[in-house]
Design a protein around this ligand. Structure first.
Ligand code: NAD
Ligand code: WQD
Length: 349
């Protein structure tokens, strides 16, 4: 199994889950947004080694092709991408180049080596500011994509390219998973989300306030048409997220064509719900101030993720309290994230 972006937040948890379930795992990551030390922790949790780790940019076609030459790869889980919405509006070309160019480079190496199974990390962000399905209810996969920033557009472009490539390469099986809001951490506290600099996203920001790294949270918008006035999202535990990938891989063998599934819990939580749940599991007060809305945010984004359950039986099992508990455990054990963690010498390609 080749995992691109395997040292990142979701990729590292996926590596643990895959190793735990007997898969041989090869990682490719340029560490533009991760640290190689993470993979030592992956190995520590799993009690097994990652087969090989290649520090390379997946757009480097020769280097990527050489990885496929060296290993017998039967499937790819493709996490590698840049993911910061705000940054994408300032660096649109870099986002298209990395996210779309990385995906076409990967497809080219897969085609050259006749690798026919791919799981692609897509995003609820491609639904844009749709803000809820019919009657404001959960969004299912039939909701027309309407991306409103270059990051989201890059994901939608990748999906369209993948769909077209599937039409012309009939043996290829692709699964696009549109994640809603993956959060939380591995229950060991060894792996979690470690955004460099100031977190853009809610859960890591709340965790850093709880641990004392930041003074208070700014709640973006208290005047949404929601019960408490703050925006509602569908938070999904990262372990539930990665388990869906493994379930998918178990089903992709022998399939062909492209499928698209939402990944969420179907339950909406407001910003204040998250603050309350985090405060309760951590025993810390989370100081916050309600400020103006963040541009581009919508009031409510909740998944109808029942399709993957009907097709393959995946259902999330961890609730918001568990997400906060595990995020807190990681943050408490690693107040400064992965900074300073030990690196095992001699295991990198
Ligand atoms: P992350 O930034 O933690 O991980 C991405 C990893 O990919 C990093 O280790 C980075 O160094 C690597 N990478 C980036 N570009 C690369 C390249 N060209 N070559 C090699 N490696 C490269 O992000 P994440 O949260 O783990 O997200 C994983 C995937 O899931 C991304 O595709 C992201 O768009 C998607 N996604 C994430 C979320 C979320 O909220 N975290 C939601 C929806 C979709
Ligand atoms: C959640 C809520 C904020 C920070 C993002 C991407 C999306 C996808 C998932 C990749 C919102 C509020 C946040 C803070 C706050 N990622 N908030 N104070 O925006 O739903 O989705 O991650 O594909 O593309 O856009 O997640 O965690 O940033 O925000 O009040 O300091 O928390 O306004 O209502 P979002 P988020």
């Amino acid at each position: 199994m080749l995992v691109t972006g395997g040292a990142g937040f979701i990729g590292s948890h996926a590596c643990v889950d895959l190793l735990d379930h007997g898969y041989e795992v090869i990682v490719v990551d340029d560490h533009s947004h991760s640290t190689p030390q993470v993979l030592n922790r992956v190995e520590r949790i799993a009690g097994r080694f990652v087969g090989a780790v290649y520090e390379l940019d997946i757009r480097d076609r020769r280097a990527l092709s050489a990885v496929f030459d060296r290993h017998s790869v039967d499937a790819v889980v493709h996490f590698a991408a840049h993911k910061a919405v705000g940054e994408s509006t300032r660096m649109p070309v870099q986002y298209y180049d990395n996210n779309v160019g990385g995906t076409t480079s990967l497809l080219s190496a897969m085609h050259e080596h006749d690798v026919r199974q791919l799981v692609f990390s897509s995003s609820c962000s491609l639904y844009g500011d749709t803000g809820g399905g019919p009657d404001g209810g959960p969004l299912d996969e039939s909701t027309p994509p309407a991306p409103v920033n270059p990051y989201a557009s890059s994901k939608w472009l990748c999906e369209q390219i993948l769909a077209d490539v599937c039409r012309h390469w009939p043996e290829l099986a692709v699964l696009c998973l549109r994640y809603f809001n993956p959060v939380g951490a591995h229950p060991s506290g060894l792996l979690g989300e470690d955004p460099g600099g100031t977190p853009d996203n809610l859960m890591p920001y709340v965790a850093q306030v709880a641990v004392g790294r930041r003074k208070q949270l700014r709640v973006f918008g208290g005047d949404y048409p929601t019960p408490d006035g703050t925006a509602i999202r569908d938070y999904l535990h990262v372990m539930d997220t990665v388990e869906a990938h493994r379930v998918a891989l178990d089903h992709l063998a022998g399939e062909s064509g492209m499928r698209v599934f939402n990944l969420g819990t179907g339950t909406g939580s407001s910003v204040l719900d998250v603050i309350t749940a985090f405060g309760s599991v951590s025993g810390r007060t989370i100081p916050y101030e309600i400020v103006g809305r963040r541009p581009g945010d919508v009031a409510r984004l909740v998944a109808d993720a029942s399709a993957i359950g009907r097709a393959w039986g995946w259902r999330p099992t961890r609730d918001l309290s568990t997400m906060c508990r595990d995020a807190w455990h990681f943050q408490r054990l690693n107040p400064n994230g992965y900074a300073g963690s030990a690196r095992r010498p001699g295991r990198r390609e």
